[in-house]
Design a protein around this ligand. Sequence first.
Ligand SMILES: [Zn+2]
Length: 219
Amino acid sequence: MTDSTGTALMDHICMCNAHFTDGHLQPLYYPSDHPTHPSIFKGMAVLLEEHGYHNACTLHAECKGFKCAKNDTGEYVGNCCCRHILFKLPDFKNVPSLLTSLCDLYGVQALFLPKFSPELNPIEQCWGFAKRTYREFLPSSTIKDLIQNTHEALASVPLVSIHKYVYSTYCLTLTHYFHLDLPIVHSVMKIATGRVSMAVKQHGQHADTKVTEGFHQMP
Ligand SMILES: [Zn+2]
């Protein structure tokens, strides 16, 4: 929004209060009648001191590059910097991400894939298929060729293969999160997709939708 002169209107939005471990609210800003810092953000050190970390003002805000020291087993060695301590506080650690909050709002459960697990992400298999196709083309000598070959490689991934990738990775994801045996997951998925397939036929829709529609039926 802008004012009558076209200048963007700015609004200062404060962060919500945090909580102490006993559940009491911890304001992140000094009160409006504070003699020297009215309505000013307290800063990490002061917030940590209020949590009982009395040496927080003597610590650096964060270790260089936020690469805090670890021992031989890969565990952090201690309260090296304010940021590290703050990241360990339950009130900070347990704040849901914006994506989780949005999913909660719509009654959707977000399943986050573990790091470095491309086998659980169907887009990786789609990229793999497209890259194999791309390598079969003659080398792209111009930008125009490169763009056209890229489009053709991406378009070469068959819809049925995309369904397969999504199906298999979804089964693996369910196995990972719910600690189920893969054959059991496959059986459940077959029943779910089979039921949807029948419903699709009854409503005269294209059969290609049966797998993806099946996923929407899953918990
Ligand atoms: Zn540190």
